[in-house]
Design a protein around this ligand. Sequence first.
Ligand code: 13P
Length: 263
Amino acid sequence: MKDKLIVFNWKMNPAEAKEARWLGAKVKTISSRLKKVQTVMVPPAVFLPLLTSTKPSRRWSLSAQDISLEKETGAFTGEISATQVASVGAKYVIVGHSERRGRGDTDDVVRGKLMAGLMAGLSVILCVGEKARDAHGAYLDFLRAQLISATKACRRADFKNLIIAYEPVWAVGDQAAGADTPDNFFHNALFIRKVISGLAGQETALSIPILYGGSVNSANAVEFLAAGRADGLLIGRASLVPEEVKAILLLADQVKVKVKVKK
Ligand code: 13P
């Protein structure tokens, strides 16, 4: 079985560098002991260099929360390029997060950032998710459109460096209605694989990691990994609570996925 990918998105937290160092040290200690989990910390870009280590670990790595559309250096005040975040140790970048889409990242921008990330050698965690769920399944058309638009410029080989995070927007953050159910996630992940199959072939569709995100905590994490068969989790609020981080990582390391075989 592949390692589970547990991604801790710190968003615009913590307030100060010393807290980031402290939280980072905790995550490193716990994640280094695990056998079946890859941990990714996603701090604000300014903290990335504080968390890199002279002893690279096989168990944890770093991601940026966002990158610029601009690929080359230049007069782009306030922007941070994919090459720059890679140069300070990030291996991943998140694109298409609902909180970035909400601050103006259009589908075209998401596609541009995805390509900028891939060109710089980063693995790209592409977030997709509907704002509201409807009983007739129209939200699936929305998901399909998001996936197609974001990957329109990808060649088949590019998909090997993509990870999809299914984060229904209604389940994200402290105003959320709560998490989705593992069963719904399972079906939506199947749907995502079907769309990817049409874009990049069946083999890629079966192997591309699909994460669940939205109100994940230590009480529901195992269900998404076991019953929901998620390849990993994208976690917001619980990332900032060391006890939660520890519990989720230890649980993820022990999770057993039951595969039902029909006779
Ligand atoms: P919460 O876990 O706080 O709902 O946030 C999810 C998320 O947005 C992770 O990127």
